[in-house]
Design a protein around this ligand. Structure first.
Ligand SMILES: C[S@@+](CC[C@H](N)C(=O)[O-])C[C@H]1O[C@@H](n2cnc3c(N)ncnc32)[C@H](O)[C@@H]1O
Length: 327
C-alpha cells in the first residue's frame, strides 16, 4: 500500500470546512464522506433495494467482463479510481486473470481503510493477483502511476465505476476526463460507469432509502467533524434531503438545520450560525443522456469505443479511448 502524495488530508479538511461553512450558501465536500465509518456505510447503501446503480452495474460488468479482457493482446494493468470495496471490480479481475493468467491491480482511493480491506480480500481470493494500492486523491494517484509507465509499458484498463463521475459538475467532469486523457496512451482504455437520466421518483428513492442508511452516511460527516475537528454538531438537529432537479439532471443532497443554532468547531476556533431550515450542500449526482455522454467524451478528447447498458438504459458502462487517428 502506497501512501499517495495527498494522503494527509487534515489541513485540507480544516480549510475546506472553514471555507464551506463560512460561505453564503453553506457546503461541505463529498470527498470527506468517506472516512472508515463512511466507507462502511456506503457499502450498506449499495445493498439497499432502492439503490439500483450497484446492482445494475454488477450485472453489466458480469456480462461484459470477458469482452473487456479480450481488448488486450498482452496482460494489461488494471487501475481503478475510487475503488472502495472493489466488490464489482472482482468480476473484471476474474475475467482478466482467466484470459491473461495473472494481473497487477492498482486501486486508487482516498479511503485507506477501504483500500486495506478490499486488497486483503482480493489477495485471498485470487492467488494470481498482485495489488499495488495507492491511498491518494484521483489525479495525484494516477499521475504517480503514469510515471511508473516508463518502467512497465503494459497497457492500462482504467476503471471509474459506480457513477462517481456524477459527483462532478458537468464542466468539471470534462476537465477531469481531459486530465485523465493526458495520462493515457493509444493502447489504453477508460471504462466509466454512468447513471442515466430517469424518473425523479426512482432517483429520489435511491438517494434517500427507506432504511435511512444514506441519511446516516450523510450525517456521518457531522460526526466526523466532531471526532476529528472537535466540533459539537448534534446530528439530530439536522435533517437530510435528496431532490432531483430535472432540468440540471442532478440529484442534490443537503442537510438542513432543524432550528436556529450555533455550532462550535474547536480546531478552527470557529462558531457557525445556522438559521432554521438553512441548507448545507453535501453532494450532487449528475445523470446523463446518451447524447450528453457522447458530447462529454468528445469535449475531453476521447472517443466512445463501445457502450453497454442494462437493457433498459438505466445505467451504462462506457468504454473510452484516444481517437484512432490521434498520433
Ligand atoms: C461512490 S463510491 C464508489 C465506490 C466503488 N467504485 C463502487 O462503484 O461501488 C466513491 C469512492 O471513491 C473514493 N473517492 C471519493 N472522492 C475521491 C477522490 N477525490 N480521490 C480518490 N478517491 C475518492 C471514496 O473513498 C469511495 O471509495
Amino acid at each position: 500500500l502506497t501512501a499517495g502524495p495527498e494522503l494527509d488530508t487534515r489541513p485540507e479538511f480544516l480549510e475546506d470546512v472553514r471555507a464551506g461553512l463560512c460561505a453564503e450558501r453553506k457546503r461541505l465536500s463529498c470527498r470527506y464522506l468517506y472516512d472508515e465509518r463512511g466507507s462502511k456505510l456506503f457499502e450498506r447503501i449499495c445493498e439497499q433495494p432502492e439503490y439500483y446503480p450497484t446492482r445494475l452495474e454488477a450485472e453489466i460488468l458480469e456480462r461484459i467482463a470477458p469482452e473487456l479482457a479480450a481488448l488486450f493482446d498482452e496482460p494489461p494493468r488494471l487501475v481503478e479510481l475510487g475503488s472502495g470495496s472493489a466488490e464489482k471490480t472482482r468480476l473484471v479481475i476474474e475475467a482478466l486473470i482467466a484470459r491473461h493468467g495473472s494481473l497487477l491491480f492498482e486501486p486508487i482511493d482516498i479511503s485507506r481503510s477501504a483500500l486495506e480491506l478490499s486488497s486483503q480480500g482480493l489477495l485471498e481470493e485470487f492467488p494470481e493477483l498482485e495489488v499495488h494500492a495507492i491511498a491518494s486523491e484521483y489525479v495525484a494517484g494516477l499521475h504517480a502511476l503514469s510515471e511508473e509507465c516508463e518502467i512497465s509499458p503494459a497497457p492500462w484498463l482504467v476503471a471509474w465505476l459506480g457513477s462517481s463521475i456524477g459527483n462532478f459538475h458537468r464542466t468539471a467532469a470534462a476537465d477531469f476526463l481531459r486530465r485523465l486523457r493526458n495520462e493515457l496512451r493509444p493502447a489504453d482504455f477508460l471504462l466509466v460507469g454512468v447513471d442515466m437520466r430517469k424518473d425523479a421518483s426512482v432517483l429520489e428513492a435511491a438517494y434517500d432509502d427507506e432504511a435511512g442508511v444514506t441519511r446516516a452516511f450523510m450525517k456521518n460527516l457531522l460526526l466526523r467533524m466532531n471526532r476529528e475537528l472537535g466540533a459539537e454538531f448534534d446530528p439530530d438537529a439536522f435533517r437530510y434531503e435528496a431532490t432531483y432537479d430535472e432540468e440540471l439532471g442532478r440529484v442534490e443532497m443537503h442537510l438542513l438545520s432543524e432550528r436556529a443554532q450555533r455550532v462550535l468547531i474547536t480546531s478552527l476556533g470557529l462558531e457557525v450560525d445556522f438559521a432554521a431550515g438553512e441548507a448545507v450542500h453535501l453532494e450532487n449526482s449528475y445523470k446523463y443522456s446518451g447524447e450528453e455522454i457522447e458530447a462529454l467524451a468528445k469535449s475531453a478528447g476521447f472517443e466512445v469505443r463501445r457502450h453497454w447498458d442494462d437493457g433498459e438504459d438505466r445505467f451504462r458502462e462506457v468504454l473510452l479511448a484516444l481517437p484512432k487517428e490521434s498520433p
